[in-house]
Design a protein around this ligand. Structure first.
Ligand code: HEM
Length: 181
């Protein structure tokens, strides 16, 4: 199996200004209901992909807004001319998702679907097919940078740690730690 190329992931085009503007406007209309958005989002995610429920803590009250809040913040930075800092932050977030939570590429598909469905539910009649496509384009850009960060983690060589030795009882207390064992 060939590994995905981290650089290729980031080739995903930055969405056109009018696409970002549409999503920004949509964000503004759902921003006063962040809890509802987060609740609807996770309801869709766990209905669609029940196996992801175990990845999250039992008590979701903290988690609820972290993901949607970060995403909305990222979108608000996407319009600025220089997105290098945002891209670096997303790569770091994606690398952490890989190492800390075991997130795989396929999970990003579920999150994308759950997100567009949640925005649709919360937006009501303001939602349209065009707006859905705009959200998908923006989400894909964010997800591509997170997955690129995860690819770097996956491509890193695995470091074999030396086998743990038993402490030598003849050594005076503290010498073991100082010796780096
Ligand atoms: C646009 C995509 C995503 C964004 C913006 C995002 C954002 C975040 C943020 C900001 C946190 C808290 C950071 C931390 O505490 O380290 C978090 C935690 C987490 N995310 Fe994501 N995430 C995304 C995609 C995903 C995907 C695809 C999954 C896999 C199903 C996932 C699963 C998790 C889990 C399991 C946690 C930790 C929950 C906990 O133990 O508190 N995320 N996410």
């Amino acid at each position: 199996m060939t590994r995905p190329d981290p650089a290729a992931r980031q080739d995903v085009r930055r969405p056109a200004p009018e696409v970002i503007a549409a999503v920004r406007a949509s964000c503004a209309s759902v921003a006063d209901r962040p809890v509802r958005l987060a609740e609807t989002f996770y309801a869709h995610l766990f209905e669609m992909a029940p196996h992801t429920r175990g990845m999250f803590p039992a008590d979701m009250s903290d988690q609820m807004q972290k993901m949607t809040g970060t995403l909305l913040a990222a979108i608000s930075h996407l319009e600025s001319p220089d997105t290098a800092a945002l891209e670096a932050l997303l790569r770091k977030l994606g690398a952490d998702h890989r190492t800390k939570y075991g997130v795989e590429s396929e999970h990003y598909l579920y999150i994308g679907h759950a997100l567009t469905r949640a925005v649709r539910d919360v937006s009501g009649p303001a939602f349209s097919g065009g707006l859905s496509s705009s959200w998908i384009a923006v989400y894909q850009w964010v997800a591509a940078h997170m997955m690129a960060g995860a690819d770097v983690v996956d491509a890193a060589p695995v470091v074999e740690l030396p086998q743990q030795r038993e402490p030598d009882e003849h050594l005076p207390h503290g010498v073991w730690a100082a010796a780096g064992g």
